[in-house]
Ligand binder design. Structure first.
Ligand SMILES: [Mg+2]
Length: 230
């Protein structure tokens, strides 16, 4: 086999990217549940993005409490729980496998590839992940919020390789190119490939998820990954 392991990104790769327009609506609903002006809520929410994705905010609830505290509002536990529910329902809805994802993962699995995940995400993602059909296919899952670092930090790729027991040159890394993740994978010696699914609205991504410039190997579906490894 050309590679020993295939390591996937999550959002925009195995599942669609977080749709920015819908995300803004969700933040608006969270703000109004908390009786906080939406602009104030959004400002602090986006300011805490780094903390959210590196596990400084241990839960979404803690993140919401932090926003309320920063703004000096006295918000009840009930409102905080309801705002959290809005967020979790949204992420759960997004975290649906792409139509070909499960088929591709079972093919890779049956061919003996080790399968890994490295995701830049907040603390709710690993919880929601546990209830997805992805779980049985993955040998290793690395969530930035659980390990306190995020792509493109070389250490997060090394952590995945260490747990998989593979060398970088034996890894294919598949991602949609947010957070400079492909350049990061290349720097540690992996073989990165960009997934750019047609029919998806690439402008509707979070600014923090802006795609990197990439002129390396590209696939237009998860199924096309199979032809790179078989
Ligand atoms: Mg992504």
């Amino acid at each position: 086999m050309k590679y020993e392991a295939v390591i996937f990104d999550l959002f925009g790769t195995l599942v669609p990217a977080l749709p920015y327009r819908e995300y803004r609506l969700v933040l608006g609903r969270m703000a109004s549940t908390l009786s906080i002006p939406v602009d104030d809520f959004n400002r602090i929410w986006f300011e805490t993005s780094q903390e959210r994705n590196t596990g400084v905010m241990l839960t979404i609830e803690a993140n919401i409490e932090h926003v309320c505290k920063e703004l000096g509002t006295r918000t009840g536990d009930d409102e905080i729980r309801r705002a959290m529910r809005i967020r979790i329902d949204f992420v759960t809805r997004i975290m649906q496998p792409r139509p070909d994802a499960i088929e591709v993962l079972s093919r890779l699995k049956s061919q003996g590839f080790k399968i890994g995940l490295i995701s830049n995400c907040s603390a709710d993602t690993p919880v929601i992940w546990q209830d997805t059909p992805f779980v049985p296919f993955f040998d290793v899952t690395i969530f930035s919020s659980s390990v306190g670092m995020k792509k493109p930090d070389p250490r997060i790729y090394s952590l995945a390789m260490g747990q998989l027991g593979v060398k970088p040159e034996d890894c294919l890394y598949v991602g949609d190119g947010a957070s400079q993740e492909l350049a990061g994978a290349a720097r540690v010696g992996m073989n990165p490939v960009l997934i750019k699914v047609l029919d998806e609205d690439f402008d509707d991504a979070l600014p923090e998820d802006a795609r990197e410039e990439w002129d390396g190997p590209t696939v237009s579906s998860l199924t096309a990954v199979l032809s790179l490894v078989e």
